[in-house]
Design a protein around this ligand. Structure first.
Ligand code: NAD
Length: 405
């Protein structure tokens, strides 16, 4: 049956900017020297995720290996000072979102002076100007899409919030997306990053800033990842599924760049900052609850999300709940969050709300969403596998030591 067009209203005007040169495929990392030569760079400053510290690269220039925590303003200020003191003519970032965002932030600090807090929101950020040296990104997780975004997201431990320094000038000149680099990704970052892909793709479609181009990319990212995510969670060595997740992550990042992240990210940033939870974990803990609040405000958009996830048009939230159960995603209670945390979490979320949600949110709405997430004793249909128990162990370590990120 042909479905009638939902609305005859003209499309809203939009502007899209997709400037990153993207090269995707197994082994594409080998082109890095040629890519740098083409940019006229001889002395790159290479930021590396610690898991990739032993990576052999045929490059001259300085290497800077990060620790495995999500970055703070202090991390970026330190890295920025090192970069400024170098004679680097390009920046290369090889790692997960933490490494890529550190490199982007350091490039701003090296160009304009620190501290990075001058450029972060919430606050009164100074404009970011175009850096003089190019950035090449090489993601090693499938999650944030930071390889193509202008985002720099940092954990500010002093204020217990996430802060951001977004700018089109932060985007990479070239992104080399080599799925082989994700083959050794451990189960937790595979799971957490994977749900971040789903959330960012959904957010790009339902946020008020969505555009037709972003919608198309995001919906395809959902179609790819709905099967690839369970496949990589079941079997990390599944090379075709790893490849598809790397592509979906890139696409969700592009789509988010053309639109925005939605309510789940506002809730998750508060959760991640207060409880020391990895970004993707925090997102997955509240994704369905955020969608539940928003879905009535944009039924057509949520209908398209549902279809892309292979569900009936009314079924976006249950499709996400089913997926979370299928991949045995932890619950809020398993991560050490208690009743007493809900009020402060709701306040923190509202204080730094990304202002593009499909529906308005009050502090009470945020409280109720966290409440619903906390009330979830188990994910319906979740297999009684060992992963939830493993996640609990990881989470209790993260919760007792907020610096362990
Ligand atoms: P991550 O970079 O923090 O990495 C997670 C873990 O995986 C770390 O222990 C890391 O050492 C390890 N790891 C990474 N690659 C590996 C590999 N190939 N093999 C083995 N281990 C590997 O995780 P992430 O989810 O990619 O990034 C999270 C960060 O990105 C957060 O700070 C979040 O706020 C930020 N973020 C940024 C954007 C953006 O647009 N810039 C969007 C969403 C989130």
């Amino acid at each position: 049956m042909v479905r009638p067009v939902a609305s005859a209203a003209p499309l809203a005007p939009f502007a899209n900017h997709l400037p990153v040169d993207v090269r995707f495929g197994d082994g594409v990392l080998a082109t890095l020297p040629a890519v740098l030569a083409n940019l006229g760079a001889r002395r790159p400053f290479v930021f590396l995720d610690p898991a990739l510290a032993a990576l052999e690269l045929e490059l001259d220039g300085e290497r800077f290996v990060l620790d495995d925590r999500e970055p703070t303003p202090a991390t970026v200020d330190g890295a920025g000072a090192r970069l400024a003191a170098s004679r680097a003519d390009a920046v290369v970032a090889i790692g997960g979102g933490s490494t890529l965002d550190t490199a982007k932030g350091a490039r701003v600090v090296a160009r304009q002076g620190g501290p990075v807090a001058r450029y972060t929101w919430p606050g009164d950020p100074e404009p970011i100007v175009a850096p003089k040296i190019p950035l090449v990104t090489v993601p090693t997780t499938a999650g944030t899409g930071s390889e193509v975004t202008g985002g720099v997201v940092l954990h500010d431990p002093d204020r217990a919030i996430k802060v951001a320094a977004p700018s089109p000038h932060n985007r990479a000149r070239v992104a080399l997306v080599d799925p082989e680099l994700t083959h050794a990704l451990p189960p937790e970052p595979t799971l957490y990053g994977g749900i971040d892909v789903i959330a960012q793709a959904i957010g790009a479609v339902v946020a008020t800033t969505h555009t037709p181009i972003g919608d198309a990319i995001a919906l395809e990212a959902l179609r790819i990842s709905r099967d690839a995510l369970p496949a990589v969670v079941d079997e990390g060595a599944d090379a075709p599924a790893r490849s598809r997740m790397a592509c979906a992550s890139l696409m969700a990042g592009l789509a988010m760049n053309l639109s925005e992240a939605s309510s789940d990210h506002s809730l998750a940033h508060a959760l991640g900052a207060r409880h020391g939870l990895p970004h993707g974990l925090a997102v997955g803990l509240v994704l369905a609850e955020a969608m539940e609040h928003d879905r009535a405000a944009r039924p057509d958009a949520f209908g398209r999300v549902a279809e892309a996830l292979g569900a009936p048009r009314e079924g976006a939230v249950s499709a996400v709940r089913d997926l979370l159960a299928r991949i045995d995603f932890p619950t809020l209670a398993q991560c050490g969050v208690t009743e007493a945390d809900l009020g402060p979490l709701a306040g923190a979320a509202l204080a730094a709300w990304i202002p593009v949600s499909p529906a308005p949110w009050t502090r009470e709405d945020a409280y109720r969403a966290f409440r619903r997430a906390l009330d979830l004793v188990a994910r319906a249909g979740s297999p009684a596998s060992g992963r939830s128990a493993d996640a609990r162990t990881v989470m209790s370590a993260a919760t007792t030591d907020p610096s362990r990120r």
